[in-house]
Design a protein around this ligand. Structure first.
Ligand code: NAP
Length: 489
């Protein structure tokens, strides 16, 4: 007996659960399937196709076959398909948000925000598709002309994580379509439904068969490695953990693939003595609690000047303690369950480790009881830097507060991590803001704001957070090769 409401069941039943290959929905080899769970109950929502190695090969065959025709399709046509898909997603935003909440857990308002954010990549890259251009110049000696052109990289493999089931796909698929590349997409096995829905929308928007192929699987490594090593593949783009990313970079060396890696984070959130504390606490709530803390951009370490640490912690504790935890589909819920039991247990372990080392629990600090993978919004104060959560990505609703005295010390603490995705910085002093922003070892900086994600900006990290940029004018470059033609005159 399903625990879903009639509307929820209808939304789940409305998803094609087969593989999307060569413009067709087809079963996996041997008819295998796997369960997709609702993390608020631990119960299965539905079953989707569980692709085997031959299904992966068929998906790449389809992408390779479609590549030349797609590259030759006029940019305006490619852009208009993206624009239509953007409009279809927007029309169906409520249904897609509900689907996302059911498979991933976050509250409906957050899923709606991701639908808006994720679809914007299609609108942005619809506009970029007609702005791909090259260069014409005269060689320094005047004897030849130099023509520089941009061409699609070729068939791409896209591997995406569960935490933003739409946006982590659209920021790869959007520029690939705009640039004229074909693709095989492998969504996370915890949250494949949103991507399957997106494939249906792109087909409806007129995307030719074979341009986008989606394979869902639990034999992930077994299926991905031969594709990565296949000489016909030209690009690998991955969003996920640093550990898996490192392995994929090694595999991609054989084919010398173009590679983009959007990996883990450990964002510092610096609050200086002169910060506007209202803005800093608002920013902290966003930077910490967006996506229940399950974001690569989540503030992982609050590093606060000693003169304001007590007041900042008091206000943050009050705000975190007032959040309503529950099933993401229920009215008034601010914080849904974590995506799976393993994730909830890891968060609990990190908190217990910090408490053993002397941290104080200002609020929260406990997992939820009963079904579903809930963890209470938590603030930890007086946290020593020797704890695991200073080094490891928490990926949950836990805010540890550390203290600094001198600016140099605060910046050194912020940079004391292998990661370098985003840093947040709150100060009202413009010269301090610039000085510190320049010294932070991260690909992005949020200055007096708790969210940096924006389809028009280059998203990406340095160090163990990876390389490559998604979004902005840079985003499409990841899918383009530069070819130079020398002309004798
Ligand atoms: P993950 O375990 O690395 O999985 C990400 C994707 O990789 C999933 O589709 C997964 O498939 C696949 N995968 C796992 N093992 C693989 C293998 N051996 N070969 C090929 N693919 C493999 O990461 P996650 O837990 O889903 O996502 C959370 C991580 O993503 C966090 O570290 C977070 O910081 C990072 N992230 C980074 C960004 C960014 O832009 N920098 C954005 C969002 C998330 P299965 O689902 O089938 O295991």
């Amino acid at each position: 007996m399903s625990n879903l409401t009639e509307r929820e069941q209808a939304v789940v039943d409305g998803v094609h659960t087969a593989l999307f290959v060569q413009g067709e929905w087809r079963e996996a080899e041997g008819g295998s399937t796997f369960d997709v769970e609702d993390p608020s109950t631990g119960q299965a929502l539905t079953q989707v196709a569980d692709a085997g190695v031959s299904d992966g090969e068929a998906a790449l065959d389809a992408a390779v076959q479609a590549q030349d025709g797609w590259a030759a399709t006029p940019p305006r046509e490619r852009g208009e398909i993206l624009r239509r898909a953007y409009e279809l997603i927007t029309e169906r935003a409520d249904e897609m948000a509900l689907l996302m909440t059911l498979e991933m857990g976050k509250p409906l308002k957050e899923s709606a925000a991701e639908i808006a954010y994720g679809s914007e990549f299609f609108r942005w890259f619809a506009e970029e598709s007609v702005r791909i251009s090259g260069r014409w110049s005269v060689a320094p000696n005047g004897a030849t002309r130099l023509l520089t052109m941009k061409q699609p990289v070729g068939p791409c493999l896209m591997i995406t994580p569960w935490n933003f089931p739409l946006a982590m796909g659209t920021r790869k698929i959007g520029p690939a379509i705009a640039a004229g590349c074909t693709m095989v997409v492998k969504p996370a096995s915890l949250t494949p439904l949103t991507m399957l829905k997106l494939a249906e929308i792109l087909a409806e928007a007129g995307l030719p068969e074979g341009v986008l192929n989606v394979v869902t699987t639990t034999s992930t490594g077994k299926l991905m490695e031969p594709l990565i090593r296949d000489p016909r593949l030209r690009k690998l783009t991955f969003t996920g953990s640093t550990e898996v990313g490192r392995r994929l970079v090694e595999q991609s060396a054989e084919g010398l693939l173009r590679v983009s890696m959007e990996l883990g984070g450990n964002a510092p959130f610096l609050v200086f003595a002169d910060a506007d504390l209202d803005a800093a606490v608002d920013g902290a709530m966003l930077a910490k609690m967006r996506n229940i803390g399950e974001a690569c951009t989540a503030a992982n370490r609050f590093i606060v000047h000693e003169s304001v640490v007590d007041e900042f912690s008091r206000r943050l504790t009050e705000r975190m303690g007032a959040l309503v935890v529950g099933r993401g589909t229920d009215d008034g819920v601010d914080v849904g369950p974590l995506v799976e039991g393993k994730q909830r247990d890891k968060v609990a372990e990190l908190v217990d480790d910090a408490v053993r080392a002397g941290a104080e629990v200002a609020v929260g600090g406990t997992p939820g009881e009963g079904a579903g993978y809930f963890y209470a919004p938590t603030v930890l104060t007086d946290v020593p830097v020797e704890v695991r959560l200073f080094r490891e990505e928490i990926f949950g609703p836990v805010a540890p507060v550390f203290t600094f005295a001198e600016d140099d010390h605060g910046v050194a603490m912020a940079n004391d991590t292998e990661f370098g995705l985003v840093s947040y910085l709150f100060t009202q002093d413009v010269s301090r803001a610039i000085r510190v922003a320049e010294r932070l070892d991260s690909g992005m900086v949020g200055l007096n704001q708790g969210v940096v994600s924006n389809p028009a900006a280059p998203f990406g990290g340095v160090k163990a957070s990876g390389f490559g940029r998604e979004g902005g004018a840079e985003g499409i470059e990841e899918y383009l090769e530069t070819k130079y033609v020398g002309l004798a005159v």
